[in-house]
Design a protein around this ligand. Structure first.
Ligand code: PMT
Length: 397
């Protein structure tokens, strides 16, 4: 067990695969979630990332060879005993095969055979190798024995093929490892309300005023909060994404419906994050029949202002933490600062929606965190990664 009470010790096993570089980020995610991380690499893995990098990140010795540590002649046993959870990420087809067949011919395979700690593997490899009968049979064998297998993502692979075999986002890998270690999650006990997606404001039964929000940013926040143990309500307007599993989702259409659902969920919330792109205006008198172009005026629609949900929640936030977003195309930080004081929330996540890799519909986002302590610029990153950053800052964890 870990020397530090309450701090889980994760033994991160890195095997020889191009995705080994992602393990540096996985190590950081584990640390940010409060874990102590020790790294064990195969000889092959050191061709992709140097042990020095992991030593600098973890401030711990990095284990590679069976006989590297003269002070610890049975290193595989001490590593196996110290870990609260063993995470193999990335896991090659080779290490899966060794684990399935009990082969113990180096430090990693002997440690994996010796440990009594829960084992989580995150396979990453070429799609052909992943789908091969031998690999799938080995995976089933490991699952039967209680090893947690994180299904690889599908997409573009380093070898040029497209298909299953990509290592999932480091945050996801880190979360699943900590959950296998029996960690309650840093957000256990929190009730998080998230608004996401756009709104459709009806002009008549078939036409509406809407926007390009896909719901991805809000869904990433909901997923990350839920994975960290929070009770999550996602108030989701029209969007192209499916709500994440394990999250209570209330589907709405208009700004008025989003306001009503948000106010209801706010009663039990400890944190609210307004990531939705809510229409600022709605048609004053939506028609109850399809307007006829030839008979009725369609070139002018009288609009009325919607209620600002973020401002309404902030006005009665009490002890809760309320976070807003600001979608800007220029002077991002200045406009967001003005929104922070106008809306009365605790912090604003300002995102630059003029960039191709940021804002509406993208998988990545370029954002700044702005609160009473100042402005913090973040690099352009996956919406998943940004979601964890936002939650970490919102809870000051
Ligand atoms: O959904 P994706 O495709 O992933 O895109 C993500 C996103 C770009 C929509 C998201 O990152 C984002 O920026 N959301 C806020 C969009 C927006 O409407 O920004 P705004 O600057 O107009 O509004 C400021 C804040 O007030 C937002 O928190 C908004 O939710 C809130 N607001 C605005 C109007 C209104 N009537 N009620 C509100 O709550």
């Amino acid at each position: 067990m870990s020397e530090t009470a309450g701090t889980p010790c994760v033994l991160l096993c890195v095997t020889g695969c191009i995705a080994a570089y992602k393990s540096c980020e996985t190590a950081r995610c584990l640390q940010r979630a409060g874990a102590r991380v020790k790294v064990l690499m195969t000889e092959h893995a050191t061709h992709f990332v140097g042990p020095t990098t992991f030593r600098a990140l973890t401030h711990e010795k990095v284990a590679v060879g069976l006989f590297d540590d003269p002070e610890d002649p049975i290193h595989h046993i001490s590593l196996a005993q110290e870990a609260d959870v063993v995470l193999v990420a990335p896991a090659t087809a080779n290490i899966l095969a060794k684990m399935a067949h009990g082969i113990a011919d180096d430090l990693m395979s002997t440690t994996l055979l010796a440990t009594k700690a829960p084992i989580v593997v995150a396979p990453a490899m070429n799609v052909g190798m992943w789908e091969a009968d031998a690999t799938q049979e080995n995976v089933r064998t490991l699952q039967r024995r209680g090893v947690h297998v994180i299904t690889p993502d599908s997409g573009y692979l380093a070898c040029g093929d497209v298909g299953g075999g990509r290592l999932p986002d480091p945050w996801r890998v880190a979360d699943l490892a900590l959950m296998a270690a029996g960690e309650a999650g840093p957000l256990a006990g929190e009730h998080v309300l998230i608004t996401a997606g756009g709104t459709h404001e009806p002009i008549d039964p078939v036409r509406f005023i809407g926007n390009r929000s896909s719901g991805k940013m809000g869904a990433a926040l909901a997923r990350a909060a839920s994975r960290q143990g929070a009770n999550v309500t996602l108030v989701l307007g029209p969007a192209s994404i499916e709500p994440p599993a394990g999250v209570r989702c209330v589907r709405v259409e208009t700004a008025a419906e989003m306001l009503a659902a948000s106010e209801e969920a706010f009663e039990d919330a400890t944190i609210a994050i307004c990531a939705a792109a809510v229409a600022d205006y709605t048609p004053a008198k939506p028609a109850d029949h399809k307007l006829k172009k030839t008979e009725e005026r369609l070139d002018t629609v009288e609009l009325t202002e919607t209620v600002d949900i973020l401002a309404a929640l902030s006005a009665r936030k009490g002890e809760r933490t309320v976070i807003g977003f600001a979608a800007e195309t220029s002077n991002v930080v200045d406009y967001a600062l003005a929104k922070l004081s106008r809306k009365g929330c605790d912090a604003i996540v300002a995102n630059d929606v003029s960039r191709e890799d940021s804002g509406f519909g993208t998988d990545t986002n370029k954002a700044w965190w702005i609160d009473a302590d100042g402005t913090h610029e973040m690099p352009c990153m996956s919406k998943e990664g940004l979601a964890y950053e936002i939650l970490r800052r919102a809870t000051k964890s």
